[in-house]
Structure formats: C-alpha cells, structure tokens
Design a protein around this ligand. Structure first.
Ligand SMILES: Cc1cc2nc3c(=O)[nH]c(=O)nc-3n(C[C@H](O)[C@H](O)[C@H](O)COP(=O)(O)O)c2cc1C
Length: 345
C-alpha cells in the first residue's frame, strides 16, 4: 500500500476500524511522537505489528509534542513524522491525534491489542487512555525500548554549537571582527629594537583596564626595561630564558591584602585578566609578547620575591616578555566544539 494511503484522518478512523473488523484483522494500536526516526522506533513498531494483523500508529500532533517535550520540539513536523512512520512496511495505518492524551483516538480505533513502549506499567498508563482501552476490551502489552536509542540522544549529538553556531570546528571561522584575539600569539623572538615609553604606558594602561573582582584592582606591575634585571629574572624562569633577549619585560604581582575578600584565587584571576589585556594590547600595537608562568611555582615565586625584596603581601603571579617580533606566528583558532556544552553538561 502507498505511504499516503496509510495516513488516515481521525474522522475516518471508525470507518477504517469497521473495515478491519469486517476483514477479521486483529488491530494493534500504539501512540507516540516519532520525532527523528531511529532504530529503536523501527524495532519497537516491528515487534508491535507482530502481535496482530494490522498496526495503527497514533502520532502526536505538533502542539502536543511541544507541550510534552518543550519548545524546541518537535524537530520534524506532524505530517512528515506521520509519513515516515507510514513508510515502514510493518505499519498498516497512521493517524495524527490532537491533545496530550490519545483517549479519543483510542476510542475510535478500538484496538484489540494496545502497545506501549518503555518503562510504563499498566498502572502508570494515563487514566483516560486506560479507561478507553478497557471500554473496548483491549489487551495491553508493554514492550521494552531498545537501549541507547533515543531521539533526545540524537538531538544532543547534533545540536552542538558547531551546528547551532555555524562554526566548523578546527578549521574555524576566525571571524574578522575578532582578528586581534586570534592574531595574539605567543612571541618568543624579538628584533633588537627598543620599546618606547609611549608603548610601555599604553600597555600598562591596557593591563589596568582589565576587570577586577569588586573593583579591587590588586595588580602591581614591575616594568623591566633594564637588561640586567630582565636577565636576572629570566634565570628563575626555566621556560622563559628568552626574557633576557627581549627588549622589555614585566613582572605582574598581586597585593593579597587588596584582593577581593583577601582571597588568593581572586587575586590570581585579577592579575591574569591584566596579563591577557597586556598581551592583546601588545599585539594591537604591533608588538609581540609571551606570558611567562610564575605562580604557583614556589621556587619562581620565592626567587622573584627575594630579587625585588617584595613585601610579604605582594605575590609575583606572572612575567611577560615584550618586544618587536622578529617573526609573527599566524592567527590561529583553538576552537573545539567538544569543550562547549549547550545549556547542560
Ligand atoms: C599561565 C600561563 C603560563 C605560561 N607560561 C609560559 C612559559 O613559562 N613559557 C612560555 O614560553 N610560554 C608560556 N605560556 C604561553 C603558552 O605556552 C601559550 O599561550 C600556548 O602555548 C598557546 O600558544 P599561543 O599563546 O600562541 O596561542 C604560558 C601561558 C599561560 C596562560
């Protein structure tokens, strides 16, 4: 039978039922949403069909799916969902029903056997539907669902930000409007050219423009324009030896006594925001820079503390090497859709 011929208007159900009765066919009925058909649906419907001679599937209309599953559902409209169900060989007829419960449609369909899937029990069936089934003497069968197959799982899989936000993953869009963000790369080799006072002032001002918890602004900046000082600090940084060859450097410290609630974590976060601002500002000025890790390495913190004879409350957090880049690493995205979670973990 053609798929379209299997789709029956609710008003035609009683006539269809009479025909089935006249043909002496045992009618099996089930109802459901069938949004994004998957193997679980096919297996379940095949098992249901095997219980009688003709399987009628009552498909929820779109409004009831939205009411049951939320505003993002259904993904596939009722006519298409009905057509997909009807296209299965094991399905004899399909009818779209209205409202959250199928009681009226069940009364019209008068099943010999009613099938429900999943963790339902006879007791947990909707009471109106149960009454309709009892009235026509239907036998009720609960079939197990195929584990791991669910429309909700498919939706979770395909509704990644990659598809939702049009980002194509690693080969990402590098949106031109955000060029300074993607263009900021760690620069570790510099031209032998001084960084002028004007640039230094601009970098400091940019760093201090960073957000700060409770506007506490606990960051302090030690400017390293003396080559000997840069060399001295570089010796404490096993991964930052190139600071000695950079024309400029900074040590960013935090004043714990000024941090939000006196919390080390807030202080580190505030200082880190300053460092990131400084790095982006350097890139915007045509300079290159690299973040050099200090905190929480105890030896680096202690050595820098001693070197500058820092007061007890001043904690070195990071260093930064700055200069005119001898080569510019290309803009890059690190976008990874696997690290993005949409409204849920
Ligand atoms: C907390 C922190 C500490 C870092 N420490 C160092 C360091 O000691 N030496 C270094 O060469 N790069 C350091 N980096 C830079 C990272 O290696 C760099 O950001 C990362 O490899 C990504 O490359 P990109 O900055 O070019 O995007 C540090 C970055 C951060 C955020």
């Amino acid at each position: 039978m053609a798929t379209s011929e299997k789709i029956i208007a609710l008003s035609e159900l009683p006539a269809w039922r009479s025909r089935m009765r006249a043909e002496n066919r045992r009618v099996v009925v089930t109802n459901g949403v069938f949004d994004l058909m998957h193997r679980g649906h096919a297996t379940y419907l095949e098992q249901a069909a095997a219980l009688g001679d003709c399987l009628l599937v009552l498909v929820n209309d779109d409004a009831s799916v939205t009411a049951l599953k939320g505003p993002s559902r259904p993904i596939v409209g009722q006519n298409d969902r009905a057509a997909m169900v009807a296209a299965l060989e094991c399905v004899g007829a399909v009818s779209v029903f209205h409202g959250p419960v199928a009681a009226d449609a069940l009364r019209a369909a008068a099943p010999d056997i009613y099938v429900k899937g999943g963790d339902y029990t006879v007791d947990s069936l909707n009471r109106d539907e149960f009454a309709a089934l009892q009235a026509c003497g239907a036998q009720i069968k609960i079939l197990p669902l195929v584990p791991g197959c669910s429309t909700s799982n498919i939706v979770k899989k395909i509704q990644t930000p990659q598809t939702l936000f049009g980002n194509t993953g690693k080969a990402a869009t590098l949106d031109e409007r955000l060029a300074p963000i993607f263009g900021r790369r760690s620069v570790r080799e510099f031209l032998p050219r001084a960084v002028e006072q004007r640039e230094i002032a601009a970098l400091l001002e940019a760093a201090m423009a960073a957000p700060s918890a409770r506007a506490a602004y606990p960051a302090e900046f030690i400017v390293l324009d003396d080559p000997d000082v840069r060399k001295g600090i570089a010796e404490f940084l096993p991964n930052g030896g190139f600071l000695a060859n950079a024309p400029l450097g900074f040590v960013v410290c935090g004043d714990l006594s000024r941090a939000c609630h006196g919390e080390l974590s807030y202080m580190i976060q505030d200082c880190s925001a300053c460092v990131e601002n400084l790095l982006i500002a350097a890139h915007l000025l045509g300079l290159g820079a690299c973040w050099l890790g200090v905190h929480p390495n105890a030896a680096r913190v202690e050595n820098i503390r001693k070197f500058f004879r820092l007061p007890e409350n001043i904690i070195p957090v990071s260093a930064v090497a700055v200069g005119w880049p001898s080569k510019n690493p290309p803009p890059r995205t690190s976008y990874n859709a696997d690290q993005v979670h949409l409204n849920a973990w």
